[in-house]
Write a protein that binds this ligand. Structure first.
Ligand code: B12
Length: 217
């Protein structure tokens, strides 16, 4: 049974459930989405737009930070339950790592790691709130080929410049891909911080990554 007519309506209803901390309602919408629409679009077309809208409402002072926090928590539960790790063929010998530099917004990074794993990459997750020095040392220690840095706050995004400088000095072969809200707001920012590439969504990161691997062959 189709309970919502289109995607916009689904996003709007998801936003309402998240802000009302209506966990059951949010999970019901996900179930309807999975019945009626392509499951691979769950994050990019339902969860992300709802959270982006909530972020904008918070900026306008229309919702509280605790509502933003609980929206993030419920979304994380949805991702944990539905964006599951599936059996896959590991793309051999490629060392891929994900990390959130400085800030604590870890949901995008978590999705990124899951999507990469389901696409066949073995992924090292360095976690969130890393300092530049921690990130650069980890990359050097693990001889990472491709590093995915996620940041959702502009000051954190600007620190990537320092991180890229350190990485290029200490692990010159490592390629750096960046993503997160500041790069969505300003599509030239990835060049300013010295990254090798940028991805708008976790799904897009796969396309970019595979393209870079092909170019390096
Ligand atoms: C949920 C949320 C929170 C939650 C975080 C919960 C968690 N565990 O992650 C909580 C409540 C804790 C929070 C706190 C804060 N937040 Co907040 N938050 C958000 C919100 C609403 C959604 C973020 C999110 O989870 N989105 C969903 C995920 C799936 O999307 P995503 O992270 O963008 O990831 C996708 C893509 O971007 C991409 N991607 C992400 N990373 C990468 C990396 C690579 C390499 C690639 C290829 C792709 C990629 O793939 C993902 C999936 O497709 C955003 C609004 C927004 N527009 O993003 C604000 C937002 C990021 N927060 C903001 C702010 C200011 C804060 C606080 C400072 C508020 C405060 N005064 O305390 C604190 C700071 C915390 C800290 N020190 O880090 C601002 C940042 C503004 C700025 N210019 O810097 C935003 C933009 C809200 C706004 N519009 O003002 N926040």
């Amino acid at each position: 049974m189709c309970l919502f007519l289109d995607l916009d309506e689904a996003v709007e209803r998801m936003k309402e459930c998240l802000l009302a901390v209506d966990r059951t309602g949010a999970f019901d919408i996900v179930s309807e989405f999975l019945i009626n629409l392509d499951g691979s679009l769950l994050v990019d077309d339902l969860i992300m737009p709802a959270l982006e809208d909530i972020g904008e409402s918070w900026e306008r002072g229309e919702v509280s930070l605790s509502q933003v926090y609980m929206s993030g928590k419920i979304s994380e539960e949805i991702v944990d339950r539905y964006v599951v790790k599936v059996g896959h063929i590991v793309i051999d010998g490629m060392r891929v790592a994900v990390a959130v530099l400085h800030d604590h917004h870890n949901l995008g990074k978590k999705i990124l790691a899951t999507v990469l794993r389901t696409s066949g990459f073995e992924v090292i997750d360095y976690g969130h709130a890393l300092t530049v020095e921690e990130l650069v040392s980890n990359v050097e220690r693990d001889s990472i080929d491709y590093l995915m840095i996620s940041t959702l706050m502009l000051p954190a995004a600007l620190h990537i410049k320092e991180a890229v400088k350190g990485i290029k000095e200490r692990s010159p072969a490592t390629k750096v891909l960046v993503g997160g809200a500041p790069f969505i707001f300003d599509d030239e920012l990835w060049k300013e911080v010295g990254a090798d590439a940028y991805g708008r969504t976790a799904t897009e990161s796969i396309v970019k990554l595979k393209h870079m691997i092909k170019e390096a062959e």
